[in-house]
Design a protein. Structure first.
Ligand code: ATP
Ligand code: ZN
Length: 292
């Protein structure tokens, strides 16, 4: 059966953005009644909606070909199983968070290097242990599947290693962040190894579309008028732009219309320096899709 199956989180922080990303790649799904399996309509790609923690093993078991999950979750499984079979295919631009060490406000642990011999409560014991070991620290892991932040108060751990995005939960539990062990985002994973040729072709097509969507997300289409003698300088000032298109202006032989795609973020400072170099009528437009 030459269909690709993708696992995404059923409901949680990654669900909406995962689905949105796949829809931007042109995928449409028939939502089944039990809501766990969605059939792909125009493109032979189906969805399986599961708990995020199950996604790495679903890939390793060959139940799905691709999965979108946090790097934190995938790395934990890779370390736990000592498995190199899981391959990160693309890093995605959502689901950003950090795995941080935090301690009670009154703790005498003041920095990460004080953690030697301490007990650390975490849902990511393998990842935490590995990251601490890289810094030459040996600590005991207390594995908890949730509510990690209450462990120090209960006396079951001296510190925690947990996912943080704003720090509100830490403050509410009178914990202070000592330092960041790992910066995570969501990523697209697959299993290493050979796919049947037809499936590989399908996967390549999907990845090309995905790259197009990811590139378009940070790209902008810029249109402006420039003095003929400043074209070179203005092109240099456009971040990540190559080969602008130039068009003559009927109204002014000394100026040209210049169009370019900027593949990097365009800040107000960029526009100001373009203006300073003589550009006028500067327009910045979002790019929806890109291919080739
Ligand atoms: P499930 O029911 O699917 O197991 P969950 O509660 O384990 O859900 P979520 O809280 O939805 O999972 O988090 C999923 C992923 O979102 C995390 O593994 C992490 O990669 C990312 N994430 C982003 N910001 C945060 C945050 N502030 N706290 C926790 N996870 C975050
Ligand atoms: Zn989970």
């Amino acid at each position: 059966m030459n269909r690709i199956r993708i696992a995404i989180q059923k409901s949680g922080r990654l669900s909406e953005r995962s689905l949105e990303l796949l829809q931007k790649c042109g995928l449409r799904f028939v939502r089944s009644k039990d809501k766990l399996y969605w059939y792909g309509q125009d493109f032979p790609v189906d969805l399986l909606l599961v708990r995020d923690d199950d996604i790495p093993r679903i890939l390793l078991d060959g139940v799905c070909d691709l999965g979108i999950v946090g790097q934190n979750t995938a790395r934990e499984v890779i370390l736990e199983d000592d498995s190199r079979e899981l391959e990160e295919l693309r890093r995605l631009e959502f689901g950003g968070c950090r795995l941080s060490i935090a301690v009670p406000e009154q703790s005498n642990i003041k920095e990460i290097s004080d953690l030697n011999g301490c007990r650390i409560a975490t849902s990511y014991p393998a990842l935490t242990e590995d990251l601490l070991q890289q810094r030459g620290i040996k600590a005991a892991m207390v594995k908890l599947s949730g509510s990690v932040e209450i462990a120090p108060g209960l006396g079951t751990a001296d510190a925690i290693s947990d996912l943080v995005s704003t720090g509100t939960t830490l403050r509410a539990n009178h914990l202070v962040e000592l330092g960041v062990l790992f910066e995570s985002t969501a990523a697209l994973y697959g299993q290493r190894g050979n796919l049947p040729a037809e499936k590989q072709t399908l996967l390549d097509r999907l990845l090309a579309r995905l790259d197009g969507v990811l590139q378009a997300a940070e790209s902008k289409y810029v249109m402006l008028h420039a003095p003929r003698n400043a074209i070179e300088e203005i092109t240099r000032l456009l971040p990540g732009a190559e080969h602008p298109s130039l068009m003559n202006l009927e109204s002014d032989p000394d100026r040209v219309a210049l169009h370019a795609v900027c593949r990097e973020t365009l800040f107000w400072e960029h526009l100001e320096s373009l203006k300073g170099a003589g550009a006028s009528a500067i327009l910045v437009l979002p790019v929806e899709k890109m291919l080739g």
